[in-house]
Design a protein around this ligand. Structure first.
Ligand SMILES: [Zn+2]
Length: 71
């Protein structure tokens, strides 16, 4: 009798135990995004970005923000 081995394709050599699977997944987690506050107006910001509320970055006004966008 001749078995058709190619029928199964590539499979893992042995089953991964519950513990091995869980230990591998201990590194799979989401962390909270890093946030900073504007030194000029105190708005919550992503780091290394000009403030979207007042346009300040590193103590200088870098972008013009219209007053309608402030509301
Ligand atoms: Zn600001």
């Amino acid at each position: 009798m001749k078995l058709n081995i190619t029928l199964f394709g590539a499979l893992p050599f042995r089953r991964i135990s519950k513990t091995a699977k869980r230990l591998r997944r201990t590194h799979l987690k989401k962390d909270a995004p890093t946030i900073t506050t504007c030194s000029n107006c105190g708005a919550v910001l992503a780091p290394h970005r000009a403030c979207t509320k007042c346009g300040f970055y590193k103590g200088k006004e870098t972008i013009k923000v219209s007053k309608e966008e402030n509301k």
